[in-house]
Design a protein around this ligand. Structure first.
Ligand code: SAJ
Length: 431
């Protein structure tokens, strides 16, 4: 079994390191964050990902996984560092990839492999990483293998998908591709698809998320149209999807996470041909305003209203709030003046806004003023479900009904049982 160095122990690097270790490789996990290294050395796993703690503990206790803040030579180097997104310029920051390359370069020996797993704009492996690694005086494709192998796992199901998903492997030449196939073949149960072209592998990863984002934009536009025609968008989409060649995604409060709202921009970073994709992005980002308007419309006014917002994680059953639509809706509501007339507004000033109480059973964040479900919903005029957490499907409607002032429920994820909620006397509005 090979020695592997995993650079970056985040959502992808840590489970990947543990996976390789649990399949018998000798793995070192490295991260620039000294606190994270200390925590992991003490056996602490803070990421809220099902099964991850036990999986990492198993790897550490087997002796196959070691976490360290030093970089040494290894047969394989896997780079799984973040590529932060500059929201203003809409471009990827590849500094961490360059830094990882610089740290690896002095440690590469002939015959080693460097695999980039981080999501990157097309061309990054060859144009950014390769020159940095070749400072070693060794040549990619000739002396060492250089490969892009994008991660494709779904947060919330990472360990299963690491094993079961197909992988795309694109080396800078055939020898590079084959070297990576040998490593991934040791634990991947899905199919391994190869291309002797790292840029194609980068492109494929990005178009998977772009397909999803663009498809959701269509669903969101359809949801808006359906409301105008007073029909249920979910029923219409479900019926449309009965056709063997139609697969429309689900509408919602917008698109969150660090992948779908970002990757479409990475795709066009080194080209001027983006047209449709930015429109889809605008539609999905615009859902925040649309939902705020919908809440105001359903309540008649936002003046003097108390709204319980349920869910700031970007999707169900995870603790990740990156690009969270729920949080954006809460902030937008909190910034929406209820009336421009000082005499009319709740606090007598022109800047009065509705009261927004936020709950999320999965998120712990001191800066968000999160409330318990009970406190958030007490005296609420409306509840707005913005994340499909399982806890929200199990709400005791009778107890809630006693606590709330109003009976309006806006379910942006369509997770609440229509019969249960309407029988309990709630007015249920689905997006
Ligand atoms: N969403 C909708 N409607 C849908 C599906 C999702 O509004 O029909 C929203 C979700 O609520 C969420 C956002 O989209 O806010 C993204 O969620 P997601 O479950 O589609 O995807 P992510 O971001 O958690 O993970 C994606 C996955 N990509 C694909 O399915 C093509 C995952 O496999 C990737 O590994 C991950 O991006 C990544 O790291 O790129």
């Amino acid at each position: 079994m090979s020695s592997v160095y995993v650079h970056g122990l985040g959502y992808i690097g840590l489970p990947t390191a543990a996976m390789l270790a649990n399949y018998g490789h000798s793995v070192s996990g490295y991260d620039v964050d000294a606190d994270l290294i200390n925590e992991l050395q003490d056996g602490e796993v803070t990421v809220d990902e099902p099964g991850l703690r036990a999986f990492v503990t198993e790897a550490l206790e087997s002796g196959n996984l070691d976490v360290t803040n030093e970089i040494e030579p290894a047969k394989y180097h896997i780079i799984a560092v973040p590529t932060p997104f500059d929201h203003e310029a809409k471009v990827a920051d590849v500094d961490y990839i360059e830094a990882a390359g610089e740290a690896i370069a002095p440690n590469i020996r002939p015959g080693d492999s460097v695999i980039l797993e981080s999501t990157v704009p097309p061309g990054t492996t060859v144009e950014v990483l390769q020159p940095v690694l070749e400072q070693s005086d060794l040549n990619a494709g000739k002396d060492f293998a250089l490969i892009h192998c994008p991660e494709t796992v779904l947060p919330g199901n990472i360990i299963t998908e690491l094993r079961q998903n197909d992988r795309i492997i694109g080396g800078v030449n055939g020898v590079s591709t084959e070297a990576a196939v040998r490593l991934y073949d040791s634990f991947v149960e899905g199919d391994i698809h190869t291309t002797a072209n790292a840029t194609t592998a980068e492109f494929v990863k990005l178009i998977q998320n772009t397909y999803r984002d663009t498809n959701i934009a269509l669903a969101n536009e359809l949801a808006k149209l359906a409301r105008d025609y007073s029909i249920d968008s979910r029923e219409a989409i479900q019926l449309a999807n009965e056709h063997p060649r139609v697969e429309i995604h689900q509408p919602g409060p917008g698109v969150g996470g660090h992948c779908l709202p970002i990757d479409p921009w990475f795709l066009g970073q080194n080209s001027d041909k983006l047209e449709l994709i930015p429109v889809a992005r605008k539609i999905n980002d615009g859902m925040v305003d649309y939902i705020v308007e919908l809440i105001a419309d359903e309540l008649g006014t936002l003046q003097g209203k108390r709204i319980a917002l349920l869910g700031v994680a970007y999707k169900g059953n995870v603790d990740d709030i990156r690009e969270s639509p729920g949080l954006a809706i809460a902030r937008k509501l909190q910034a929406t003046p209820v009336d421009s007339s000082p005499s009319m507004s709740a606090d007598g000033g022109a800047n009065a806004t509705p009261e927004v109480a936020i709950n999320d059973p999965h998120v712990e964040d001191q800066t968000l003023d999160l409330q318990s479900f009970e406190n958030a919903t007490t005296d609420a005029d409306a509840i707005v479900v913005t994340t499909d957490h399982k806890e929200y499907t199990e709400i005791d409607t009778a107890a809630l009904s006693e606590r709330m002032s109003g009976k309006l429920v806006i379910d942006t994820k369509a997770i609440l049982n229509e019969v249960k909620w309407t029988q309990a006397g709630f007015g249920l509005v689905r997006v």
